[in-house]
Design a protein around this ligand. Structure first.
Ligand SMILES: *Cc1c(COP(=O)(O)O)cnc(C)c1O
Length: 468
């Protein structure tokens, strides 16, 4: 073990399992190489790094986990939830690893198409689809899960006007309850997503909707994301399966032929270990809902965070090391703009921080309680508060680990801080590290342009109201 994290994580590298130790070794090499190769420097104090080897391994684990539990020949589509890492090269990499795309906005669909993800490997799920979005999806043949009765009416009209090859379904909320993070719990009684299945009359409405529409062949439930226990996710899938069985029994034929079980596998942010694993989840599902895997249903999954989180690292230079009220504070270039959830809800989203020296080597030294702050102009802009780490000094680098999903790819434009560059890395086979650009750093001209730079005079030139 080469450098220490906070208390619980002291043994993380050795307990890594599932490639954890190799992953941290690859990360250390990549940080050092990023500094050596100038991706990080005095003038470029922030970058996101993606472990391409790790992403490939996770994609392979996902496919293997479900291949091991389904009947031979069962169609399985793993559609990556694009919102977790909306980066075209990542979507292309996943496509080449056999993973499709789950999209929830016109922007995400455009990214999936730019990455070359085929329409038949794309699923559209958003809660607020416009008529134009629905028309485009049906014209392309993309799978759509209707969120509510009004959306189903829109789809009815489109199906009357032109036939579509799109597999179509309804999203239901099994209302099995939430998890430890309210904002990410999609299966509470009053969640905004899908048809609330336990509400008065809802189940009958869903069954009738299928009976009246032979083209409704899918059923979708996504029970939540980070913070939902596996057992609750399993209950949600079991509820969707039971509903599919009931629909097919009542209609008298296997009209629902595919169940979309959503994503939501939680990620362990406390240590290097990958836990729970796709294999554990797939086995738990098979134990609880064996009929889902007996070959009568195709499967769609929509994992996001669990495919990417552990393969991303945001690395920030320590601009200044100071002390306040007796506590050391490292002022870095990573804060709310790249770790929005952690900064605003630190209790729900703690991140591990690793310390590297000015040459990008893991920093040694006794653990010192310190704050790791970001660059934004508000007091709460902290990546970590009161954390034990080797003392960060000016010119060192602080790395926020497990940030490959919903972090540095999710820029928040506070203080007009620039979006950092993102680079994928692999060992180059000769003891070094090869990088590929995923996203170039945002330029100041781009910031001005997207902040109304082309319209500089428009407000000042509006006529002033005549004074009374
Ligand atoms: C967000 C979302 C996902 C992915 O959730 P993760 O927790 O990132 O796996 C999948 N499906 C739907 C409908 C979602 O909204």
């Amino acid at each position: 073990m080469r450098h220490r994290q906070d208390g619980d994580d002291v043994h993380d590298v050795h307990e890594g399992g599932a490639g954890g130790g190799e992953r941290s070794a690859r990360r250390d090499e990549a940080v050092r190489a990023a500094v050596e190769q100038g991706l990080l420097s005095r003038d470029v104090p922030l970058a996101g790094l993606l472990d391409v080897t790790g992403i490939r391994e996770s994609a392979a684990e996902l496919r293997a986990a479900f291949d091991a539990v389904v009947a031979p020949g069962t169609p399985v589509l793993h559609a990556f939830a694009v919102k977790a890492a909306p980066l075209v090269p990542v979507l292309r990499l996943l496509r080449d690893e056999g993973i499709g795309a789950e999209v929830a906005s016109p922007g995400e669909l455009a990214l999936a198409r730019a990455a070359g993800v085929a329409p038949e490997r794309t699923v559209l799920d958003s809660p607020a689809k416009t008529p134009a979005e629905l028309r485009e999806a049906l014209a392309l043949g993309i799978a759509v899960n209707a969120d509510n009765p009004q959306e189903l009416e829109r789809i009815d009209a489109l199906m009357r006007s032109a036939p579509s090859r799109s597999p179509l379904g309804i999203r239901v909320n099994p209302q099995v309850g939430g998890g430890s993070i309210e904002a990410l719990s999609t299966a509470t009684a009053t969640s905004k997503f899908g048809v609330a299945l336990r509400d008065e009359g809802a189940r009958e409405w869903v069954i009738r909707a299928y009976a009246e529409r032979p083209w409704l062949t899918r059923l979708h439930a996504h029970t939540g994301s980070q913070g939902i226990p596996l057992s609750r996710m399993t209950e949600g899938v079991a509820a969707a399966y039971a509903l599919a069985e009931e629909i097919n029994r009542r209609i008298g034929r296997p009209q629902v032929d595919t169940i979309d079980i959503g994503g939501g596998l939680p990620v362990n942010f406390a240590s290097e270990a990958t836990t729970p694993t796709y294999t554990q989840y797939a086995r738990m599902l098979k134990g609880a809902v064996p009929g889902l895997f007996d070959g009568r249903y195709g499967l769609v999954t929509e994992f996001g965070r669990s495919l990417l989180a552990k393969h991303g690292t945001v690395v920030a230079r320590v601009e200044y090391a100071k002390s306040a009220g007796g506590r050391p504070v490292a002022v870095t270039h990573a804060g709310v703009q790249v770790a929005t959830r952690t900064v605003y809800a630190p209790g729900s989203w703690p991140l591990r921080i690793a310390a590297y020296d000015a040459k990008g080597r893991p920093k040694e030294g006794p653990a010192v309680v310190q704050d790791v702050a970001g660059p934004a102009c508000f007091a709460g802009d902290l990546l970590a508060e009161g954390r034990e780490l080797p003392l960060l000094e000016q010119g060192d680098y602080a790395a926020a680990l497990d940030t490959g999903a919903y972090y540095f790819a999710h820029h928040y434009a506070y203080n007009s801080l620039a979006r950092p560059g993102i680079y994928g890395f692999v060992p180059d086979g000769a003891g070094g590290v090869a990088f590929a650009t995923v996203r170039t750093p945002q330029t100041l001209d781009e910031i001005v342009a997207e902040s109304g730079g082309a319209h500089a005079g428009t407000l000042a030139e509006l006529p002033a109201p005549a004074r009374e």
